[in-house]
Design a protein around this ligand. Structure first.
Ligand SMILES: [Mg+2]
Length: 176
């Protein structure tokens, strides 16, 4: 089985887009300071359940990934606060009784939390994918417009099955 890590923000849910919109509505510009402040002080329960929505049917897509028996699946998500971690876990657990969720402190690279070699990361942020590939992992970019920015691009999570089937020999070699 291939270790598969799935990002949350901008892949499973449109939290980034909604968050940026709320920052702009409050009359501030979107920069690293206002984002830090906004996402750290947010009421994540209300934000996830009432303000944000899922992107391209992620729950059914993840179920297809589970049913394919090709992957060990974990959600690997940067978090700004403990509240954010708790509410994301609760959200995912509404749909999946048995899935691994790994919260990563925002200031730590995702590559420092898990084994990366031969593992796939699906992420919308090319910076995370570049770090991942530098650590011998395989990056797949989630992009609604299928803009890969140098990576294989998908806009629905179960499309990674096609990628793996095309590249299974290479992946097996990487993992052995
Ligand atoms: Mg993301």
């Amino acid at each position: 089985m291939i270790n598969l890590y799935i990002d949350f923000d901008g892949v499973i849910m449109n939290t980034i887009e909604v968050g940026y919109g709320m920052i702009k509505e409050s009359g501030r510009e979107v920069n690293s300071d206002t984002c830090d402040e906004f996402f750290t002080s947010l009421d994540w329960k209300d934000f996830l359940n009432k303000k944000c929505s899922q992107i391209n049917d992620p729950i059914n897509s993840i179920q297809k990934l589970i049913d394919s028996n090709l992957f060990n699946i974990s959600i690997l998500s940067h978090v700004n606060s403990l509240d954010e971690a708790i509410e994301k876990i609760k959200y995912i657990r509404k749909y999946f009784k048995d899935i691994t969720f790994i919260p990563v402190p925002k200031k730590i690279s995702k590559t420092k939390m898990v084994h990366t070699k031969g593992a796939i990361l699906i992420d919308d942020y090319a910076g995370n994918l570049r770090e991942w590939e530098s650590a011998e992992g395989i990056g797949v970019r989630f992009s609604e417009k299928l803009n890969g920015k140098g990576f294989y691009a998908i806009n629905k999570l179960d499309q990674v099955i096609d990628y793996v089937k095309e590249n299974l020999k290479v992946l097996n070699k990487l993992q052995s």
